[in-house]
Design a protein around this ligand. Sequence first.
Ligand code: PHE
Length: 341
Amino acid sequence: KIEALLAEVESFAPKTLAEVEEFRIRLLGKKGTVTALFEEFKAAPSDQKKSLGQAMNRLKTAAIDKVNELKAKLEELAFASVDASSLALDMTRPAGADKVGTRHPISLVRNQILDIFQRIGFVPAEGPEIEDDWHVFTALNFPPEHPARDMQDTFFIEKDPDILLRTHTSSIQVRVMQTQKPPIRVICPGRVFRNEAISYRAHCIFHQAEGLYIDDNVSFADLKQTILYFAKEMFGEKSEIRMRPSYFPFTEPSTEVDVSCNLCGGKGCPVCKYTGWLEIMGAGMVDPNVLEACGIDSRKYTGFAFGMGVERIAMLKYGVKDLRLYFENDLRFLRQFTPVF
Ligand code: PHE
C-alpha cells in the first residue's frame, strides 16, 4: 500500500491549483489515505513497526513536499501567464499630475518672518518649550507677584522648583544671552502656551517670533527702522508704522507697534476697526536688569527686542477672521495656501 501511494505521489502531474488541493485533501486530509494508514499502523505487529514507520514517514514527507512544490510552481505559472495587454495598460499615456499638499499658513508666515530678518543679519535660534521659571520670568525682570506667574496664565508642570510651558519665546533670548557674547542678532520662532479660553481671537497654543539685537550703541532709532523695514517687507512698500508707549517688564522704554492697515490703505475698514491701524507687535529697549541677569555688561552694551504673534500676522496678511481655523486642519481652509512643490 505504501509503495503504491508513493508511486502515486511521484507521478502526480496536475494542471491546476484546484487539482493540487483536491490531491492534498485526498491523501493528507483528516480522512485522507495517508492519515488512515497512520491509524492502521497502531495495530501493526511490533517487530514491523520500525521499518513500517520509517516508510510511512517517508511517504508523508514526500506527499507534503510534492504539494508545496506543485503549489509554488502553478502559482508562479498563473502569475506569469497574465497577458499585459489584457490589463489595457497604455504605457504611452501622459502621467497624471500628483496632488501636492499646501504649506500651513502659520509655517508660511513663520518662514517669511525668518527670511525677512535673516536678510539683515538676524540668525534663527530655538529653545525648549518646557522651561523653568527663571528663563521665562525671573531673568526677564518679572517681579515675584506678577500676574503672568499666576496659575491663571501659565501652565505649570511642576511646582517648587517651577517647571512650566513657556508663555513667550523671550526665554529663547535669555538662553542666547547666557551663551553668546555681543554682538547678538537673533530671531526666535516657536510655540508658546497660555491658559486662555479658546475663542476666535485667543488660543491656549500659539506661535511667536521674537527678535533681539545687542551691540555697542544700539538705539531706539535702530529699533524703529528695523521694524519699518519688516512692515514694508511683510505688508507692502506703502506700509507705515506708529509706536504707542507701553509696558513690558523686560524692556524700557516699551512700545506697541501698529502698521497701517493694508486692506483699506489706512482709510478705515472693519478689520482695522476704522482706525486705519493694526497692532502687530510689542517691542522696546532691553532693560539693563535683563542684560545683567544674563551676564551681559549693561554699561557697555544696549539692545532692542521685539515680539510678535505669528497667527496674528497671518490673520492680517490673509484676512483670516477666526484663529481656530489654524488648528482645525479643515482642508477647505488649508488648500487656499501656497502648494508645496
Ligand atoms: N514677550 C512679549 C510677549 O509675549 C513680546 C515682546 C517681546 C515685547 C520683546 C517686547 C519685547 O507679549
